[in-house]
Design a protein around this ligand. Structure first.
Ligand SMILES: Cc1ncc(COP(=O)(O)O)c(C=O)c1O
Length: 445
């Protein structure tokens, strides 16, 4: 079976030649925070799949919800005036959960890239309906990740995801991210916030605020480098968007539903966005699902007989009943077990323990919020030159972690840790033992 892999599959984020050269790890089973591969080797899942299986693997409640729905009907969509009970119930629940943000309407897709696409299209349509059709540009941050459809990729702030597919869409611009560890200006977080916001504002004014539809960012930047902004950044972003009449989109695909230690990432910063994008933790990836939620202000623009008010957007799987049924059962678990609270507690402990790794010469910085944590690897602490993922030390690190039964994600020069939100102290201990052993192994070389 492993040999068939490269014969028939092209993997995301991998060169086909590389997957031919190395047999894959084929995961066949999961239980709680553990998974098992085809050879029976057990791993502690320190990434929750792709920061998505937040409630852990093989939860019987979610299975039951999916089976119950299958007993009714597997699929009926939501185009035009069709609907299905799970999508209605989930929408009502999301709007209730998002009452502090004054959210009003939900549109579904099959994942985070879909959710971003929907947000950008609705933002442009909003301004057309509001009599400002020139407001079309989307601003975002360097190091941001918004999925890999053309819109999300064009908003994305990391060159490596773009180069093979350029040119990007016109009308997308990236501003400086508040990346404390790597910026040419300052080590002072407060000063960095002001520099980044002032720079963004100058660019908006330069282009004309009347041409800017929306600003999108992740409350904590994930795939682009695990960058936690200083606490004042998001409130200042909100003020800036208000000042220039720009919609604020929070890409909560990773941060939504508890990962950062709050139910929502923007809520942790005390900010109510205009649009929020969800996927992953919405149903812990038991069935693909994404959602874009708009607030009352945005929704009101559709109270019109404008000829462009029809939403000419959506997907076959928008509001898929199995995915929505899984989400309802998943949210029961998230709330009943207070997973945001557990993420906050375990995350704080985990981050404190990760600081022990700063004694190793390859560890430039450790950072995180809740159970969204990163270790930035360097060749040299003084110059902060990144440790390339192809470097033998990097490869050995990953191999040693795997051999010890730890699944982590290496993204560029970062080790990303994003376990299920059900992680306990004993799992943190186990992960720390593995990390120490792996860094000691490369120190010995
Ligand atoms: C912040 C963010 N937005 C969007 C996406 C894209 O989601 P998907 O891979 O489900 O399309 C991701 C995926 O990791 C993400 O981290």
């Amino acid at each position: 079976m492993a040999a068939d892999n490269a014969r028939y599959i092209w993997h995301p984020m991998a060169a086909p030649a590389a997957t031919e050269a190395a047999l894959p790890t084929i995961i066949t089973q999961g239980e709680g925070v553990f998974v098992q591969d085809i050879d029976g080797k057990r791993y502690l899942d320190c990434t929750a799949g792709l920061w998505c299986v937040n409630v852990g693997h093989r939860r019987p409640e979610i299975k039951q919800a999916i089976v119950d729905q299958l007993d009714q009907i597997a699929y009926y969509g939501t185009f035009s005036n069709l609907s299905n009970p799970p999508s209605i119930a989930l929408s009502a629940r999301l709007i209730k959960m998002l009452a502090p943000e004054k959210m009003a309407r939900v549109m579904y897709g099959s994942g985070g890239s879909d959710a971003n696409e929907t947000a950008f299209k609705l933002a442009r349509q909003y301004w057309k309906l509001s009599g400002k059709p020139e407001k079309t540009k989307i601003f975002s941050l360097k190091h941001g990740y918004h999925g890999l459809h053309f819109g999300g990729m064009s908003a994305g702030g990391n060159i490596m995801w773009r180069r093979a597919y350029e040119p990007m869409l016109p009308g997308f611009f990236q501003a400086e991210a508040p990346y404390l560890y790597r910026n040419p200006w300052t080590n002072d977080p407060e000063r960095l916030v002001d520099l980044c916001i002032d720079d963004l504002e100058r660019e908006i004014l330069h282009q004309g605020a009347d041409t800017v539809a929306a600003f999108v960012a992740e409350p904590v930047q994930g795939a682009g480098g695990l960058i936690v902004p200083p606490a004042r950044y998001w409130p200042r972003l909100r003020e800036l968007c208000d000042r220039h009449d720009i919609l604020l989109i929070a890409d909560e695909v990773v941060t939504g539903f508890g990962r950062t230690g709050s139910m929502f990432g923007a809520r942790a910063w005390g900010v109510a966005p205009d649009i929020m994008n969800f996927a992953k933790g919405i149903n812990s990836a038991y069935v693909p699902l994404g959602a874009t939620v708009v607030n009352e202000r945005v929704a009101r623009a559709w109270d019109t007989d404008h000829p462009l008010a029809t939403i000419m957007h959506g997907y076959t799987y928008s509001g898929h009943p199995l995915a929505c049924a899984a989400a309802l059962a998943n949210l029961d678990i998230v709330e009943r077990e207070d997973l945001p609270g557990n993420a906050a507690r375990q995350g704080e402990y985990f981050l404190a323990r990760l600081r022990e790794l700063l004694d190793y010469k390859q560890v430039g910085e450790v950072r995180g919020k809740g159970l969204m944590l990163g270790i930035e690897l360097v060749l040299d602490k003084a110059t902060k030159a990144p440790l390339p993922p192809t470097h033998p030390a990097s490869k050995k690190l990953y191999a040693t972690l795997c051999a010890q039964g730890l699944l982590v994600r290496i993204a560029g020069n970062k080790i990303i840790l994003s376990p299920p939100l059900t992680f306990e102290k004993e799992h943190v201990e186990r992960c720390m033992n593995g990390l120490h052993a792996a860094f000691e192994a490369i120190a010995a070389d």
